[in-house]
Design a protein around this ligand. Structure first.
Ligand code: BG6
Length: 480
């Protein structure tokens, strides 16, 4: 008998701005992802509020998933996917973000995507906002800094909740909501941009923490209202929170490092999920806000909204872990938005992310102990360079090894008693990297022949991991 429950949701995950392309087709508006140029490891992407002629914007074509979704979903079905996590591009439904009526062509597109999934018995798992806020709303009101955003977001939710009723069960409000406790989340997650004229380095955005935290308050309210509204529209809807689980250890057993780690965990890891899962701001944030001169403007009734809109389940991305040190001179490592000090016991990916399968078991237990909600790992994977051999094969044993070791630890967590309901590795088909804007950082089971110099024919090729994952799903995780 398998350790994973019957009906375990094996699948894969993508985001519209990283795979669809067709950035201005069928009435789609510009999102914040569409104004970011390509970059690479060690060289930041650039945010260009005014699009520059002749500049390479990877989201504009991405991997042509918009046109080729049928072919891609067929390949997912061939692997045996039970679920496909994808995002709806907000700008396909409300191109500028503030229209009163949705764009029918956009709604129709996702009807087709959802129907294609259902044709193969694949459960759609939809992220409502995955790093693709309408740029029109950035220009209009600096996006989530403004409370008006709650209404724009609710219009969008209303349109998609009504339209896909009866076909979709699982929704996630915001991708990696806690990315906004780091400066990089300001534009990526929240659409905040203070200079609308000059290009800015994505990795070095001028930071105003007050804006990020006020923005988060508005996102918490929007998410809570969306949960409530979803349940009114369809009592079968399940709405989840999605966070980065940035597993963190004290660098040493020095009590100062232990306290530094506790502080990190509270702010980076737990703050947002505490609000979304428990329905209230945690007490520890008061001191943090006070000491960082952050004042959250709340309106009467906000606390009730948060209380009434707690999520049904919790999901997270997990790629790596890091350490915390109280020493201000400690070396800082690379990381998935939320960084830390490198751990001397762990190996590192080509992009400097530290590989730690046991951290996933730790995280699953940690989050289940804290919230007692069903959990899903909705992103996990190894960004790596792949090579096509002369015979056309792509032997990504390093990816298989990474995933195998993580699934083994998921099994341990299930044996520990965690209610784990699904697993959707990131970038199940190669796509554009969110942090660096590269194609070279590949996560997929399916290779896409598209390159950072703008060449490539977008053909899809099955990697060795494609067949490996197919077996994993077929045996419900028994054959790794
Ligand atoms: C998560 C995001 O942060 O990590 C994805 O939700 C992203 O959008 C993924 O692509 C991997 O990060 P990167 O920078 O390697 O693409």
């Amino acid at each position: 008998m398998s350790v994973f429950k019957d009906g375990f949701l094996w699948g894969g995950a993508t985001a519209a701005n990283q795979c669809e392309g067709a950035w201005n087709a069928d009435g789609k508006g510009i999102s914040v992802a569409d104004i970011c140029t390509g970059g690479k490891f060690g060289q930041s992407k650039t945010i260009t509020p005014v699009l520059q002629e002749g500049t390479f914007y990877p989201s504009h074509e991405a991997i042509h998933h918009y046109e080729r979704f049928k072919e891609d979903i067929k390949l997912f079905a061939e692997m045996g996917f039970k679920t496909y996590r994808f995002s709806i591009a907000w700008t396909r439904i409300f191109p500028n973000g503030d229209e009163s009526e949705p764009n029918e062509a956009g709604l129709r597109h996702y009807d087709e995507v959802i129907d294609e999934c259902l044709k193969y018995g694949i459960e759609p798992l939809i992220t409502i906002s995955h790093y693709e806020v309408p740029f029109g709303l950035t220009k209009k009101c600096n996006s989530w800094v403004s409370r008006e955003m709650i209404d724009y977001f609710m219009n969008y939710c209303e349109a998609i909740f009504q339209r896909y009723k009866g076909k979709v069960k699982y929704w996630l409000t915001f991708n990696e909501i806690n990315s906004s406790v780091a400066p990089m989340g300001a534009l990526l997650n929240q659409g905040i941009l203070n200079d609308l004229e000059h290009p800015t380095e994505f990795m070095n955005q001028p930071d105003i923490p007050q804006q990020r935290y006020q923005g988060l308050h508005h996102m918490f309210l929007a998410s809570a209202k969306a949960v409530k509204r979803a349940h009114e529209i369809d009592p079968d809807y399940k709405v989840g929170s999605m966070m980065i689980y940035s597993c963190s250890y004290p660098l040493t057993c020095n009590p100062d490092d232990v306290l530094a780690n506790q502080e990190y965990n509270r702010i980076q890891n737990y703050f947002c999920s505490d609000v979304q899962c428990k329905g209230a701001y945690p007490a520890y944030m008061n001191r943090f806000f006070r000491e960082n001169n952050i004042v959250i403007e709340k309106q009467p009734g906000d606390d009730e909204i948060l209380k009434e809109g707690t999520v049904d389940f919790l999901t997270f991305s997990y790629y790596m872990s890091s350490c915390q040190s109280a020493d201000p001179n400690a070396e800082s490592g690379e990381g998935n938005i939320l960084g830390g000090v490198p751990n001397p016991y762990l190996e590192t990916s080509d992009w400097g992310w530290q590989i730690d399968p046991k951290g996933l078991r730790y995280g699953l237990n940690d989050l289940y102990d804290r919230y007692g909600l069903p959990l899903m790992v909705v992103e996990n994977g190894l960004g790596a360079k792949d090579t096509i051999e002369e015979d056309g094969s792509i032997n990504d044993d390093y990816r298989i090894d990474y995933l195998r070791r993580h699934i083994e630890q998921m099994k341990e967590a299930v044996k520990d008693g965690v209610d784990l309901i699904g697993y959707t590795p990131w970038g199940c088909i190669d796509l554009v990297s969110a942090s660096t804007g590269e194609y070279a950082k590949r996560y997929g089971f399916i290779y896409v022949r598209r390159y950072d110099d703008g060449t490539g024919d977008f053909a899809r090729l099955k990697k060795k991991s494609f067949y490996w994952y197919q077996k994993v799903i077929e045996t419900n995780g028994e054959e790794l």
